[in-house]
Design a protein around this ligand. Structure first.
Ligand SMILES: [Zn+2]
Length: 108
């Protein structure tokens, strides 16, 4: 049980590091906005907007991962926020930042 928790924390940290690195990469591309010579109808604007959308998604993911990491440190990581039961470790392995067990996730 102990080693599972450590593995999950490590996974979360690694995924957070990857996500933060992606945000930095996207920021660099976004700062190059001038290079695209943006104007209406410029094909570069599409790529720029794609980068922006990817960055926003990465930022949301980083926030979820930070919450999950904090929970892991507090020791209540892997507990469902709805029913309070432990989340299946197999589910956590696929979705490390999930907050709901499979049963609650399927309920609408
Ligand atoms: Zn649940």
């Amino acid at each position: 049980m102990e080693s599972v928790t450590i593995d999950l924390k490590q996974r979360l940290q690694e995924e957070l590091d990857d996500t933060l690195a992606e945000i930095i990469r996207l920021n660099e591309r976004l700062e190059g906005k001038g290079d695209y010579g943006l104007g209406k109808g410029d094909p570069g604007i599409y790529e720029w907007e794609m980068c922006l959308a990817l960055k926003q998604r990465a930022e949301n993911k980083a926030r979820s991962l930070e919450v999950a990491l904090r929970k892991a440190e507090e020791g209540d990581y892997g507990m469902c926020e709805i029913c309070g039961n432990p989340i299946d470790p197999a589910r956590l392995a696929i979705l490390p930042h999930t907050k709901r067990c499979i049963n609650c996730a399927q309920k609408k």
